[in-house]
Design a binder for this molecule. Structure first.
Ligand SMILES: NC(=O)c1ccc[n+]([C@@H]2O[C@H](COP(=O)([O-])OP(=O)(O)OC[C@H]3O[C@@H](n4cnc5c(N)ncnc54)[C@H](O)[C@@H]3O)[C@@H](O)[C@H]2O)c1
Ligand SMILES: O=C(O)CC[C@@H](O)C(=O)O
Length: 491
């Protein structure tokens, strides 16, 4: 087996010493054959609602030590050798956090077509994306040095999370930093649809005076049906009740209602009872075309449909028919099955075959996936995701990861000069930890944490009395274990 550049770097003593070409080079094990498809990587419905945040911990990147001693910065690489590619206009706050670390950061404004992306990410260690970039197995397989992906958004459906986990690529997101922004957009849309504001404004822009009250309504006393009562749905529940709306919701999980909202037991019940239906579910096989012809038939005559979740959730040709027939009086869409790569691109039939029919409808608000696009949300997401990336690169901490078990150890301190942190990502099969601990057995294992998720497992151990020369041997011995996916040694 070739000695990786990481090993070379470790051999050479780490930060600021001899320059390795690829400081985090990894050889991804191709021998992973187990495919336990029952395991779910979706953020819902099983996921914890609120993940612990390190924002308040003083130093964003180092875990506070129990003793109060200064934490030691673990970096067996030169920061400027860490290559980071950020796509889709990741907020400057996130770019700044990464640049402050000294990493090489390239930030592009849009996403890239698959073949260009494959070429571009060949030697990248860290990749930052938003909702548009599709990281399927073909793309991820080309990213030979990639150790971590940051989704600077909530949704992670654009990433093949299982493939990434099985190949030791950790994925982070921002679970709720833009939830409020989405909820506020929906509030605006409910009123705009009820009053046909989009149409009136368009008419005025064309110089047409059209003062009408027919089929324009107050929202007070109307029923909002929320499909998916997670971060966004529940926030919306509180805001709409304060506008005098009645709220019912449907979720696959039994949840505590906010205010006087009422959970209904089926989607049918929600559709039959709501004047406005709004979707806030993740993209999953079971949410694909969740609202289609049959569902539109069940909705009230003259009701409204809003979708700012994912483009696959609503069957748009069925919506077009339901609006043409008058069954649905108005709709607001923020997301589409195919979306343009970046600003300035066109939204036409070339992208979605029904685009022009959709644009011709009355009382429909079409927005370019801007639910989470506010200054507040984007700057918070930038910092949150970039900090997760830094913690992962520098310390191997996976807290907040969406496809790996959450593993952390308190930081090593400056009082522990001969310590090293061993990170061993491996296949989740019996006997591995025994073999790992045999490799570590010449050292004292001061602390160790191991956890598994699906087919992979993540082990982190802080060992003491490690001489520089021994690190290379440790690395080689761990790399020699057949279950290994990635080995990293930080000191
Ligand atoms: N338009 C935008 O800019 C924008 C911004 C943020 C999030 N989003 C999308 O909105 C989605 C929801 O966001 P969130 O933060 O509220 O997510 P969340 O995970 O907090 O909540 C999702 C809820 O949907 C429920 N759910 C899952 N499957 C369901 C099903 N089949 N039927 C009914 N309920 C189901 C879950 O139990 C959960 O309560 C995200 O997954 C993302 O795709 C879009
Ligand atoms: O900013 C984006 O591209 C995605 C926003 C939203 O859909 C999310 O998943 O957070």
């Amino acid at each position: 087996m070739a000695v990786s550049a990481l090993t070379e770097n470790l051999k050479n003593g780490g930060v600021g010493r001899d320059i390795p070409q690829n400081p985090l080079t990894r050889e991804v094990s191709r021998s992973i054959t187990h495919q336990r498809s029952s395991f779910s990587y979706s953020t819902s419905p099983e996921a914890a609602r609120h993940r612990p945040s390190f924002h308040e911990s003083g130093s964003p990147f180092l875990i506070r030590t129990m003793t109060g001693a200064a934490p030691k910065k673990l970096q067996p690489f030169r920061e400027q050798d860490i290559k980071i590619l950020l796509l889709e206009n990741v907020n400057k706050t996130g770019q700044d956090v990464l640049r402050e670390q000294g990493y090489q950061v390239e930030a592009l404004k849009s996403s890239l077509p698959e073949d260009q992306l494959i070429e571009k990410i060949k030697d990248v260690h860290v990749l930052g994306i938003r909702s548009k970039t599709k990281l399927n197995s073909r793309v991820l397989a080309a990213a030979k040095n990639l150790i971590v992906v940051g989704c600077f958004c909530i949704g992670t459906n654009q990433v093949d999370l299982k493939y990434a986990a099985d190949h030791g690529i950790c994925v982070f997101n921002s679970p709720f930093s833009n939830s409020r922004s989405v909820a506020e957009l929906i509030i605006a849309e409910i009123i705009c649809l009820a009053r046909q504001l989009g149409d009136r404004s368009n008419e005025m822009h064309q110089g047409i005076w059209n003062k009408v009250s027919a089929k324009c309504w107050e929202v007070r006393g109307k029923t909002l049906g929320i499909v998916g009562y997670g971060h966004i749905g529940s926030q919306l529940s509180v805001l709409t009740e304060s506008m005098g709306m009645r709220v019912i919701y449907y979720d696959v999980v039994n949840l505590m209602s906010m205010g006087t909202a009422h959970q209904v037991s089926s989607l049918d019940e929600l559709l039959k009872g709501a004047d406005f239906v709004t979707c806030h579910v993740p993209e999953l096989p079971e949410t694909k075309n969740m609202i289609s012809t049959k569902e539109f038939e069940q909705m009230k005559q003259g009701s409204y449909l809003i979708n700012a979740s994912r483009g696959s959730v609503v069957d748009i040709p069925a919506l077009i028919e339901a609006m043409k027939s008058g069954k649905i009086a108005g709709a607001a869409l923020d997301v589409y099955p195919s979306e343009p790569a970046g600003n300035g691109d066109y939204f036409t039939n070339d992208l979605n075959s029904w685009a022009e029919d959709l644009r011709r409808l009355k009382n429909i608000i079409l927005t370019p996936h801007i639910g989470g696009s506010t200054e507040e949300a984007q700057s918070a997401i930038g910092v949150e995701v970039a900090e997760s990336l830094v913690r992962y690169v520098n310390e191997g901490v996976t807290i907040g990861a969406v496809n790996m078990p959450e593993v952390t150890l308190r930081s090593l301190t400056m009082d522990e000069p001969d310590h090293a942190r061993v990170i061993f990502i491996h296949q989740n099969v019996p006997g591995v930890l025994g073999r790992v601990n045999k490799v570590l057995s010449d050292h004292n294992v001061d602390k160790q944490m191991s956890d598994s998720r699906g087919d992979m497992a993540y082990m982190m151990a802080d060992i003491s009395n490690v001489k520089q020369a021994e690190i290379d041997t440790l690395y080689r011995d761990l790399e020699g274990l057949k279950e290994r996916i990635i080995t990293r040694i930080l000191y």
